[in-house]
Every structure is written in C-alpha cells, then in structure tokens.
Design a protein around this ligand. Structure first.
Ligand SMILES: *[C@@H]1O[C@H](CO)[C@@H](O)[C@H](O)[C@H]1NC(C)=O
Ligand SMILES: *[C@@H]1O[C@H](CO)[C@@H](O)[C@H](O)[C@H]1NC(C)=O
Ligand SMILES: *[C@@H]1O[C@H](CO)[C@@H](O)[C@H](O)[C@H]1NC(C)=O
Ligand SMILES: *[C@@H]1O[C@H](CO)[C@@H](O)[C@H](O)[C@H]1NC(C)=O
Ligand SMILES: *[C@@H]1O[C@H](CO)[C@@H](O)[C@H](O)[C@H]1NC(C)=O
Ligand SMILES: *[C@@H]1O[C@H](CO)[C@@H](O)[C@H](O)[C@H]1NC(C)=O
Ligand SMILES: *[C@@H]1O[C@H](CO)[C@@H](O)[C@H](O)[C@H]1NC(C)=O
Ligand SMILES: *[C@@H]1O[C@H](CO)[C@@H](O)[C@H](O)[C@H]1NC(C)=O
Ligand SMILES: *[C@@H]1O[C@H](CO)[C@@H](O)[C@H](O)[C@H]1NC(C)=O
Ligand SMILES: *[C@@H]1O[C@H](CO)[C@@H](O)[C@H](O)[C@H]1NC(C)=O
Ligand SMILES: *[C@@H]1O[C@H](CO)[C@@H](O)[C@H](O)[C@H]1NC(C)=O
Ligand SMILES: *[C@@H]1O[C@H](CO)[C@@H](O)[C@H](O)[C@H]1NC(C)=O
Length: 508
C-alpha cells in the first residue's frame, strides 16, 4: 500500500552564486500591465482568460501582486485560465488569494469555492481564517503538463454564495528528480504542509529554494543553532534548500519527541510524506519514527550528510502525530529539520484531444457560447460544459451536444463532424444560421434536432447514410432545395421538415 525509501544526501561545497530564478509563468490576476517584483516579471492575466472582471483593492495589501484580482460571477459553474506550458514538464502550481472585501459589505467573509487543474478537482478554497487574520492564502500543487496548455479553473460549489476570485497564479517548472517516485501521469499533489522545523524567521523560498517552494516556520526550537556544516545540497532528488538544515526541533534528552504535524486535521486520503534530517553533533543519534503510532522507519541515523525518509502513498485521516523515539544504541535524543506532506490526488482524466479541438471550433462559430465553456469539456464530471455529456471509462468522448433553447446565434461549425462519438445533437429553438454541415462521419448519431432556427441552404444528402439515425427534426428553418430521397420512407426514422417555405419534396 505504501513504500518507504531512505536516501542519503550529498552536501557539496557551497557555491555563492544565486541560482537562476525558476522557469515558468507568474500571473498577476486582474492587473492591466506587466510588473517587476524582486526582479521577476509578473504578467497581466488578460491573455490567459476571457471571462471574469479585473478589480483593484482599495485597501493596501501585503504584496504588490495581491493589489488586483479577477472576480467571476458565481452563477457560472466554472471559469478557466489557459496557460501555455512545456509538455511533460512537472509544474508547481501556486494560486494565491486575498479577498480584501471585494464583494462588498454584504459579504464580509470571502466566498468558498473549488479550484481545478485540467480535469482534476484540486481542492476547496476556503480563505476564511487567513482573511480574518489579515493574511493572504496560498495553495500549492504539483501537476504534470500533458499538453501544450494547462487549465486552471475556479468553480462554484454548493457553498459559493458570492463571486469567487483569484489574486495570483504561478506555474513553475520543477526539477525532474523532485518527488519522482510518484507517477504524475496518474496522480497529482496538493500541498498540505511544508515546514522548516525549529525555525522562526520569514518563510524560506527563492533564492534559498531554487524552485521557489515555500517552507514555512514551524515550532520554536530550544536550540536554534546551526548544526550542520556550511553546506549546500545539490543534485539529488527533492533538493530541499540548505537553509532548512540550519535549524531543527529536537530533544537534548534521550527521550521521545512528539510532533503534532501537520497542524490541520486531515481528510481520509493517501499522502506523500517526506521528512528531512541532518546532524553533525559528535555521538550517535539513532531513532525510530512512527506516524500515529504506526511504525514508519526504524533506526534512522541522522548523519551529517543528511537523510530523507519518504512514503509515497501513506494513508492518513484526522490529526497526525509524528513520534521520534531514540534507539537503545543512541547517545543523543532525536531531531528533525524539515518535512513536506502532500495529498496524493488521483487524476480526473482528460477529454479526448480530438473532441476538445472540435468543440473549440464549435465554440468559435457560436456568437454567444455558454459562459462556462472553458477548461476541459467533460471532467471533473460535475464541472462538464453546459449541454455536454460524455462517456465513462478511460477514453472520455463527447456523446451529447444539447443546447436547446439557449438563445444562441452564429453557425454550426463543420468541425462538429469530428465529434465522432456523438449520439445526440440538440440545438433546437435558437437563432443559428448558415448551412447544416455534412455529418456523415457521425456514425453513432441517433437524434439530430435543429428545429426552430434560421438554418439555410440544402439538407446534406449524406445524412441519409447514417444508419443509426432515428430522428431528424429540421422544421421551422429556412432550408431550400429538395429533401434528399434517402431520408424519406426509411423504417425507424422520423423526419420533420415543415415550416421551411422553400423546401420541396424529393423527386419521385
Ligand atoms: C535585480 O537585477 C539587477 C541587475 O540584474 C541587480 O543589480 C539587482 O541587485 C537585482 N535586485 C534584486 C532585488 O535581486
Ligand atoms: C471555511 O472555513 C471556516 C473556518 O475554518 C469554517 O468555519 C467554514 O465552515 C468553512 N466553510 C466551508 C464551506 O467549508
Ligand atoms: C497570519 O496572521 C497571524 C495573526 O495576525 C500572524 O501571527 C501570522 O504571522 C500570519 N501568518 C502569515 C503567514 O503571515
Ligand atoms: C529520481 O531521480 C534520481 C536523481 O536524478 C534518480 O537517481 C532516480 O533514478 C529517479 N527515480 C525514478 C523513479 O525515476
Ligand atoms: C561559509 O563559507 C564561506 C566561504 O567559504 C565563509 O565566508 C563563511 O564565513 C562561512 N560561514 C560559516 C558560518 O562558516
Ligand atoms: C523546550 O523547553 C521546554 C522547557 O524548557 C520543554 O518543555 C519543551 O519540551 C522543549 N521543547 C523541545 C522541542 O525540546
Ligand atoms: C524500533 O522499531 C523496531 C521495529 O518496529 C522495534 O523492534 C524497536 O523496539 C523499536 N525501538 C524503540 C526504541 O522503540
Ligand atoms: C436536451 O435538453 C432539453 C431541454 O433542456 C431536454 O428537454 C431534452 O430532453 C434534452 N435532450 C437530450 C437528448 O438530452
Ligand atoms: C425557446 O427559447 C426561448 C428562450 O430560451 C424560451 O423562452 C422559449 O420558451 C423556448 N420555446 C420553446 C417552445 O421551448
Ligand atoms: C477533423 O479532424 C481532422 C483530423 O483528425 C482534420 O484533418 C479535419 O480538418 C477536421 N475537421 C473537419 C471539419 O473534418
Ligand atoms: C452514401 O452512401 C452511398 C453508398 O454507400 C455512397 O455511394 C454515397 O456516395 C454516400 N453519399 C454521401 C453523400 O456520403
Ligand atoms: C430565407 O431564404 C430565402 C431564400 O434563400 C431568403 O430570400 C430569405 O431572406 C431567407 N429568410 C431568412 C429569415 O433568413
């Protein structure tokens, strides 16, 4: 169910050149122009999203990137950013929220809503407590880029009672070796906690952490003296910043150390846990590690060069206690320098790329497509696009397109014929115009409802070649020419064409 690995680090001689900033994209949501913060460029968000409203907080904020935000009408199911990424790169995705009372005095508390990456529900965003304390909130996840774009969406859930928003978004490329025992083709990470133990300064991040991961202080230490050499870690696996090894939590006595960590009570799930240790005190420091009383690692030797112990899928639920118990052979008490814990999220899948491309073209040809038509069309399932239903199973295909009575105008793109798993097309009672495209590639199509629109031109004769068809409703349009003979008198096929003044019956 879970496997544990122990790794030794290599501490290399320090290099004093600052690492280059992490590669990626920083987005200052709601901003109208580029800004430079600490020599890094934040882009305005308008190139990455077409819905929502940019807003500026009138109160002063902690960080310049939080001064503006993008706000979304909560009645619309989801709103997505589309971010250009490097395919197959592993990204740290960080979303930051600072409400600032933007929804007015009727809504003193921030709204609660969902955040979604590609087809995966990442987490609920509840910034209530942080906001009460005057703090912003950030969420971090690790996601593999499966295509050239990654979508980040804000979704309204049943608790959302005012307009959701987002203040800042970061997409940073992580080194290949980071967390590499996890298969990111099937899983993603949602950060629960990343702490530097016994440390009380400001959060450790870039340039100490070359990937700009945020290591927050946790637990005042009784002895905060640096206990490692003047060292830096390079080249191995999770690449924790050397600075987290300058402090620790530990007991000077030969007694157990109990940590209530991470602080929040956890929902029942599988977690990735990495614990980091290093010590160069003379004497031996050997201890057992248990999590909630369950044996986790035996006789860990905290050596000067450092060790990390990690579990890839450890089940946890409720409060968590980590206990370090000195072994009989140990001459010193246990200590711990740093820890990371992530919720392991099974990926929600992706709609077949062919269907996504076809639907994008269908969207482009509609003058007023539904507002939630962004991000993945099918998944997460309860966040599928309005009017779209999809197949179950590993290959996710679009099976129904139903935009009946949506007051749509524009035309029906010929690319609809590329949605080859479609069984129903219902576009009745709109103001769609132009020609009916050839649909002969839709070999599963059973119902075609285009009634009460403004379609013109001839009925494509290829319709008669779709053997699965049961209903063709074309009444009350402006179709012309002859009704194709192969549509008439077929058993099991209902064809309606009344109310097309220029349409003539098929030649006898
Ligand atoms: C920003 O970059 C310039 C030149 O590259 C450098 O001189 C300056 O120290 C940098 N500032 C910060 C805050 O890193
Ligand atoms: C949001 O968090 C607050 C404080 O923890 C909690 O009281 C509230 O129930 C949460 N809201 C939702 C919808 O989960
Ligand atoms: C959040 O607010 C509390 C209370 O004002 C403060 O003690 C704490 O340092 C803040 N946390 C962060 C991360 O800014
Ligand atoms: C993880 O990265 C390390 C360092 O590059 C490498 O030695 C190891 O084989 C990788 N493990 C996996 C499972 O890819
Ligand atoms: C760390 O090494 C650098 C360069 O060798 C030196 O200048 C610095 O004083 C050292 N710091 C400590 C705490 O030993
Ligand atoms: C720090 O010292 C206090 C008393 O001096 C003790 O109660 C506490 O357990 C110590 N904390 C750790 C982490 O050793
Ligand atoms: C450490 O763990 C091993 C294996 O569970 C156990 O046999 C041993 O007694 C433990 N040592 C201590 C000091 O708890
Ligand atoms: C399409 O939507 C309409 C109105 O919402 C509904 O009456 C009809 O049953 C739907 N058709 C299909 C095939 O789902
Ligand atoms: C047609 O659509 C309009 C606008 O959505 C709606 O008000 C009307 O009831 C619909 N008519 C029928 C017959 O469904
Ligand atoms: C459908 O997809 C194919 C490639 O799969 C593409 O060549 C074609 O242009 C697409 N569009 C239409 C309308 O068939
Ligand atoms: C329909 O099918 C027939 C026989 O398979 C074929 O000859 C004809 O070209 C097809 N028509 C269209 C418009 O695809
Ligand atoms: C219907 O088609 C006829 C003939 O093509 C055209 O003259 C007329 O303007 C069209 N009416 C509408 C409402 O589009």
């Amino acid at each position: 169910m879970s496997f544990i690995l122990l790794l030794l680090f290599s501490f290399l001689t320090p290099s004093f050149s600052q690492p280059p900033p992490p590669k990626g994209i920083l987005i200052d949501c709601g901003s109208q122009s580029k800004t430079q913060i600490n020599n890094r460029t934040w882009l305005p968000d308008s190139n990455f999203i077409s819905t929502g409203t940019p807003k500026t907080l009138t109160t002063s904020v902690l960080l310049p990137s939080l001064q503006t935000l993008r706000s979304f009408p909560f009645q619309v199911k989801k709103h997505c950013y589309n971010i250009p990424v490097y395919r197959n790169a592993k990204y740290l995705v960080r979303s930051t929220y600072f409400y600032g009372g933007i929804n007015g005095p009727d809504h003193p508390s921030p709204p609660v809503f969902d955040q979604i990456v590609d087809g995966t529900l990442w987490s609920v965003v509840n910034t209530t407590v942080d906001y009460l304390n005057g703090n912003s909130s950030f969420y971090e996840g690790v996601f593999l880029a499966k295509g050239k774009f990654m979508s980040f969406c804000i979704g309204s859930n049943t608790y959302t009672d005012s307009d959701p928003f987002v203040s800042a978004l970061e997409f940073l490329i992580l080194g290949e070796s980071l967390y590499n025992t996890t298969d990111f083709n099937n899983f993603a990470f949602g950060l629960v906690a990343r702490n530097s133990f016994g440390y009380s300064g400001p959060s450790i991040r870039y340039p100490d952490d070359q990937f700009d991961r945020i290591w927050e202080p946790f637990g005042q230490s009784n002895s905060t003296k640096a206990n490692t050499d003047n060292v830096s870690i390079s080249g191995f696996w999770n690449l924790p910043p050397a600075k987290v090894f300058e402090t620790h939590l530990g007991s000077d006595q030969l007694e157990s150390l109990e940590l209530r960590w991470p602080t929040p009570s956890l929902p029942s799930s599988k977690y990735y846990i990495a614990l980091y240790f290093a010590d160069n005190t003379a004497g031996s420091r050997v201890f057992n590690i248990s999590v909630n009383g369950i044996h986790y690692y035996r006789d860990l030797n905290a050596i000067p060069s450092g060790v990390v112990v990690f579990a890839s899928q450890w089940p946890l639920s409720g409060p968590t206690t980590i206990t370090l118990t000195p072994s009989a052979s140990s001459s010193l008490g246990p200590l711990i320098n740093a820890g990371e814990i992530f919720n392991v999220l099974p990926l929600g899948g992706r709609t077949s790329t062919r269907d996504v491309i076809a639907l994008e073209r269908v969207k482009e040809s509609l003058r007023n497509p539904p507002l939630d038509w962004s991000g993945d069309p099918c998944v997460p399932r309860h966040y599928s696009w309005t009017g779209i239903t999809c197949s179950e199973g590993p290959r996710i295909r679009v099976v129904t397109l139903n935009l009946t009575s949506m007051e749509l105008s524009g035309s029906l793109s010929p690319f609809v014929a590329n949605l080859t798993a479609l069984t129903n097309i219902w576009l009745g009672n709109n103001s769609l115009s132009g020609q009916i495209p050839s649909l002969s590639s839709l070999t599963m199509l059973e119902t075609l409802h285009l009634e009460d629109n403004l379609f013109s031109g001839e009925i494509p004769s290829s319709l008669g070649n779709i053997s699965s068809l049961k209903e063709v409703f074309l009444q009350n349009n402006n179709l012309t020419g002859q009704i194709p003979a192969n549509l008439v008198g077929k058993p099991g096929l209902v064809v309606r064409t009344s109310g097309n003044n220029f349409l003539t019956p098929p030649a006898p």
